[in-house]
Write a protein that binds this ligand. Structure first.
Ligand SMILES: Cc1ncc(COP(=O)(O)O)c(C=O)c1O
Ligand SMILES: N[C@@H](CCCC[NH3+])C(=O)O
Length: 386
């Protein structure tokens, strides 16, 4: 929801830009942190969702750790002040260079995604006379009931080590002098709105934890990943129900006194705190379609083109009766479309348009295809001090 002051401020700015509501971000982080603390759960922020410096600063202040998926993210987390002993490194294709860098930084843990990777980390740690802490990322074959392109925990997905390879993983761990097994890791997908799927995940986590402990391993960390979704249809409802989410894990996980439960939340923490603000370049009224051509495109926000993802679109400049428009960007691709048959007030050149819920996988997935300008960001602090 934008105030008159926000809109007046936006009117003086060049578009497009990402607007960040840092107050909403702070409130979302606090709600999550309070709920996690109730259950003594640990949250690592999945940096891939958004690594804007101002966003990261707020997340670091909350005391969360960082879940990284590249050497670049590990570096960014450390340079942004996240404690090294709260940095985890996941990813199905960690390069030797990235592993060496993370070993040098003595990060908390590698979430290992293949048998070969276990051996490589052991070899590289050995060359440095170090012991690498590792958690085994297990593919639990649990359906997240989300978009196929953002499902990660099914047998056909590339992520994690398959359940039938656990005996081989245990053998490698036992034979590797430079690995310290700390626990098991799962992540079944993103934008999960049916919380029941997490109950199914808990059943699998309990089975694998018991299996490893039966084999004589101490499973200290139960890392259940992230994936909690947001309501893209209600950008003003804003803060996800973290309490209900954590309660499922408290109720359904078989947590032993020596075990910690870790989460890797991305979208739920940052998704609602941003909107992409754009201007209407042209309105084209046709026989079959009316088009609004924006100055933002799939280069600024790729999700609709990539996953046919829904983002609410609002005209901040008009309030009249609704007309249906296809809202498109200027990029030379037919998929450069933010929404079809969107009901909006009658719209004119230079109107301000907000595309909502863009805090997660928005700015970070931007590209300069078509040699587009670099992304600009504006925050609620900028508006407050204007
Ligand atoms: C391993 C891992 N952890 C955490 C996340 C964060 O997911 P989300 O932003 O859906 O919470 C992802 C992305 O899906 C991931 O791949
Ligand atoms: N980029 C995806 C989410 C991927 C999550 C990372 N595994 C999205 O925009 O919804």
């Amino acid at each position: 929801m934008f105030s008159d002051k926000d809109i007046a401020h936006f009117s003086n700015l060049e578009t497009p830009f990402y607007y960040y509501d840092l107050n909403l971000l702070r409130d979302t982080l606090k709600t999550c942190s309070d709920a996690a603390n109730t259950y003594h759960f640990h949250v690592h922020y999945a940096m891939k969702a958004n690594f804007n410096d101002k966003v990261l600063a707020k997340i670091k202040e909350t005391g969360f750790g960082a879940d990284c998926v590249s050497g670049g993210e590990v570096r960014k987390a450390i340079e942004s002040g996240f404690a090294k002993n709260k940095v985890v490194f996941a990813g199905v294709g960690k390069s030797d260079k990235e592993i060496n860098y993370a070993l040098d930084q003595d990060i908390f843990c590698f979430n290992v995604e293949s048998l070969q990777e276990l051996q490589v980390i052991n070899d590289l740690a050995g060359k440095k006379q170090k012991i690498a802490k590792v958690a085994i990322r297990i593919n639990p074959n649990v359906d997240a009931h989300t978009h196929a392109n953002i499902t990660t925990g099914l047998d056909e997905n590339k992520f994690g080590i398959n359940s039938w390879d656990m005996p081989a993983a245990a053998d490698i761990l036992n034979a590797s002098a430079h690995l310290e097994f700390v626990g098991i890791h799962f992540h079944i997908g993103s934008q999960i709105t049916n919380l029941d799927v997490y109950k199914n995940l808990c059943v699998r986590v309990n089975e694998f934890a018991a299996w490893f402990e039966d084999k004589g391993f101490t499973v200290k960390i139960l890392n259940v990943g992230g994936g909690l979704g947001i309501d893209y249809h209600q950008p003003n409802a804003q803060i996800p129900d973290f309490e209900a989410y954590f309660r499922i894990f408290s109720d359904f996980l078989d947590i032993k006194p020596h075990q910690e439960v870790h989460f890797e939340l991305g979208r739920a923490l940052v998704g609602q705190s941003s909107s992409l603000i754009s201007r209407v370049l042209y309105v084209k009224n046709g026989k079959k379609k009316n088009f609004i051509v924006l100055d933002a495109g799939m280069t600024e926000l790729m999700r609709p083109a990539l996953y046919q993802a829904y983002h609410q679109i609002e005209n901040l400049s008009q309030k009249s009766n609704a007309v249906k428009y296809d809202v498109v960007g200027p990029i030379c691709e037919s998929t450069d479309c933010f929404g079809k048959e969107v009901a909006l007030p009658e719209t004119f050149r230079n109107d301000l348009i907000a595309i909502r819920s863009t805090g997660a996988y928005g700015e970070v997935m931007a590209s300069n295809y078509n040699l587009r300008d670099a992304i600009v960001t504006v925050t609620s602090d900028d508006v407050a001090s204007s």
